[in-house]
Design a protein around this ligand. Sequence first.
Ligand SMILES: Cc1cc2nc3c(=O)[nH]c(=O)nc-3n(C[C@H](O)[C@H](O)[C@H](O)COP(=O)(O)OP(=O)(O)OC[C@H]3O[C@@H](n4cnc5c(N)ncnc54)[C@H](O)[C@@H]3O)c2cc1C
Length: 425
Amino acid sequence: MGTNYDVVIVGGGPAGMMAAASAAAHGASVQLLEKNDQLGRKMLITGGGRCNLTNRADVAEMVANIPGNGKFVYSSLHRFSGQDLRNFFKRLGLATKVEDHGRVFPISDKAQDVVNALTKHLHQLGVRISLGTGVTSLMVENNHCRGVMVGETVIRAKAVVLATGGVSYPRTGSTGEGHKMAERVGHHVTKLFPAAVAITCTDPWIVQREVQGLSLANVNITVFNSRDKRLATETGDIIFTHWGLSGPGALRVGRAVALERQREPDAPIRGALDLFPTRSSEELARELGKLAQAAPKKSVKNLLIMLVPERLVKVLLELAGMPPETPGGPLNKTQLAKLADLLKALPVHIKGTRPIEEATVTGGGVNIKEIDPRTMGSKLIRGLFFAGEILDVDAHTGGFNMQVAFSTGYVAGEAAALFVKETLD
Ligand SMILES: Cc1cc2nc3c(=O)[nH]c(=O)nc-3n(C[C@H](O)[C@H](O)[C@H](O)COP(=O)(O)OP(=O)(O)OC[C@H]3O[C@@H](n4cnc5c(N)ncnc54)[C@H](O)[C@@H]3O)c2cc1C
């Protein structure tokens, strides 16, 4: 195990790999330590194995999509933006493309190509990559991080970047060891919670498999606490599962549900699904009325099928207390309004979220108050830098978390290299 590297990077995910590339490009000799026997295991499963490496959004829009301390990474996103990342990969020979919601993927649709391009680049820069190397602690002397320990083995360095990720999907290697290492040298870790996570519901029509597997595009989903305070409203596709709601729309409100559950473990949380976010309740009632007038004998069930999937129609009519075969013609204004209101605010009863191990992203992490946002450097320990999901920063899905990892990695690597240059010992 070499001991003469300027910068040691702990963790070979997107944050660690970019930190290694950046530190090396800024003149440092670099060793990258990854406990798995391969780099970027989590990256490989993003975007359904295609690697959603960033988003086309500009910096302001990126920050708006980072509900967990987005402002903290503003300067990193400026220093190394989504466009910078795409240019970076272009220089490495990896072309990218933009898909729906601005999500960026490699043109080949293969996550492995992204990891391969990064790995090749690291080799070209002379980064030493040590796989199967699980770091156990940071070495700190006189408030200066001077390396790491791998079991009994000492790896000395002039600066260390900790990029060990969060605690979600632990089988990918992100098991929270970095948080513990940071705590042992005096940093604080805010309470961890599942972010970008699916929601569990108690409604029999959802959990008893009536609608399991059904997906709805561009739904507005709002969640309220027990005092009817609105916790979040988000738009996106949702999928009904046998335990609740998944899909990007549900994931976007998942963090608000998780935080409320931490505050009030047993209080009811309710949700409302707006199936037609661009239309008012009155418009929908009018449309239903027109459809009913055009075919007065048609059952209300068959009228609704013209607006929503059949499996959901059954649920809507049960909730409205209307027998499915009721003819649409005689429906009065109150009945039409009732149906329209259900289309605009289909009620769901929320139990909580799926566990943090199944969350796409970990909320909470190393306290950002203890980190300089311009360098990602520790304010407590000299020569210690942080990057990626280990930080108390979490974003919506759509490429924003990956960009946070790459941007903070870039900044941390650059700052670590500069720190080494400026440190004369
Ligand atoms: C199923 C899934 C889908 C996702 N989809 C998207 C998406 O579409 N878009 C998006 O932006 N984000 C997505 N994400 C989130 C994204 O993958 C993460 O935010 C990102 O990988 C974080 O990068 P990181 O480098 O900080 O951490 P990680 O990728 O978790 O990498 C950390 C690395 O550190 C290593 N490590 C941990 N402890 C040690 C140790 N003690 N010693 C040495 N090495 C160690 C781990 O093995 C791991 O390889 C998804 C996540 C999941 C789980």
